[in-house]
Design a protein around this ligand. Structure first.
Ligand code: CA
Ligand code: CA
Ligand code: CA
Ligand code: CA
Ligand code: CA
Ligand code: CA
Length: 373
């Protein structure tokens, strides 16, 4: 891949006799969606972020959980059909999930969302039998910042689960989640730091102990995700009008492979593209792709949240799944929604790895692994 990066960096365009430096003018891979979700119940900018939940025994029953920032959370099956719409009186902006959170003695899939109503954290568990979300927030967990982005982190060092939530003023808070013993989940604020301008998209690398945070108009930064470490930003990728990363930086997600490699992927909202970096200590730019229209499903633009999984999800997505919010849902014109794209299509076009062997559900698993929700 490094050869490709060098070629991209050195490429020049000759337009009308003048030579224009064209960083990121490598070809954009164009992928079509396999499915799209039912539209959001409300018009305008409503859908935002997304998380993929993998069913414990039948991966074809996995779900896509999307936020409605004018309402609650929507749960879809892998064909985009709505299974549940919950917490309709919220303003849920970003969502993330982790498996094996110890809740009332059961390893549970925990789902966290930033709620702009009340600037609070709202927590759910997944009921594997119904695939529906059950709210488990123990109390109104107020952040006292204008909440915006959110992601979860499971520490391989301590086994603890954390929520990172950020605010429109640049604030970043780290909350430790704990079981109240009553089937509910509460949180304690354990660390605060800040970036200079509005952040949103974030993702934690549970194996490497990193937090990747997008400062929307500036850069993707990396921080140590452990709460007792200094919050020193390391620049990973900077926004540029020439691309490949054009502001706003929106959703950020990680593709894990079994050998510790994989990819960091960011929504480059200003170019309607998704930018792929290597998942390593110093991530390197690899390539970019766009989601374009098929005959029946429109492509994506103005994307907010994204998520990806390497796991095989049955017949529809045997090589993994990438999901992106679509800011303009056409074919036909409708409220915003999410597009589901086979990872294999992206990987083949960009020369990326397809590895379905790494198990996202094993993160945080107890020694005698129980197949919890
Ligand atoms: Ca938007
Ligand atoms: Ca944003
Ligand atoms: Ca902006
Ligand atoms: Ca579209
Ligand atoms: Ca957003
Ligand atoms: Ca459509």
């Amino acid at each position: 891949m490094s050869g490709r990066v060098v070629i991209a960096a050195l490429a020049v365009l000759v337009i009308g006799g003048s030579v224009v430096a064209a960083q990121g003018d490598d070809p954009v891979a164009e992928i079509t969606p396999a499915f799209e979700t039912e539209p959001m119940p409300q018009a305008g900018d409503s859908a935002d972020d997304v998380a993929i939940w993998i069913h414990p025994s039948d991966p074809s029953l996995s779900t896509v959980i999307g936020t409605d920032k004018r309402g609650g959370l929507a749960v879809y099956d892998l064909t985009g059909r709505l299974i549940q719409y919950t917490f309709a009186d919220g303003r849920l902006n970003n969502v993330d999930l982790r498996y094996n959170f110890p809740l009332a003695g059961e390893p549970s899939a925990i789902v966290a969302a930033s709620n702009r109503r009340g600037d609070s954290l709202t927590l759910f568990r997944v009921d594997a039998a119904t695939r529906e979300l059950v709210e488990v927030t123990a109390r109104e967990i107020e952040t006292e910042i204008d909440v915006y982005g959110l992601c979860l982190y499971h520490s391989a060092l301590t086994g603890k689960y954390f929520v990172f939530v950020n605010g429109e003023g640049g604030e970043v808070q780290q909350w430790e989640l704990f079981d109240t013993g009553m089937g509910k989940v509460d949180a304690t604020l354990v660390r605060e730091f800040a970036v200079e301008s509005q952040p949103e998209g974030c993702v934690a690398d549970d194996a490497q102990g990193f937090l990747y945070l997008g400062e929307e108009d500036v850069a993707i930064w990396r921080f140590d995700a452990e709460p007792d470490r200094p919050a020193r930003p390391v620049e990973i990728a900077r926004v540029s009008d020439a691309g490949p990363l054009v502001d706003d930086i929106e959703g950020i997600t990680l593709y894990y492979t079994a050998d510790g490699g994989g990819y960091l992927i960011a929504s480059s909202q200003g170019s309607d593209e998704y930018v792929v970096y290597s998942r390593e200590e110093t991530p390197e730019y690899i390539g970019r792709f766009a989601i374009v229209s098929s005959e029946t499903i429109d492509g994506t633009s103005d994307t907010d949240g994204i998520d990806v999984t390497n796991a095989a999800l049955g017949e529809a997505f045997p090589e993994g799944l990438f999901v992106a919010q679509d800011g303009r849902n056409t074919l036909p014109d409708a409220n915003q929604n999410f597009k589901l794209v086979p990872w294999g299509e992206i990987a083949r076009q960009l020369g990326l790895t397809i590895d379905t062997t790494w198990d996202p559900r094993a993160v945080g698993a107890p020694e005698a692994s129980a197949p919890g929700g």
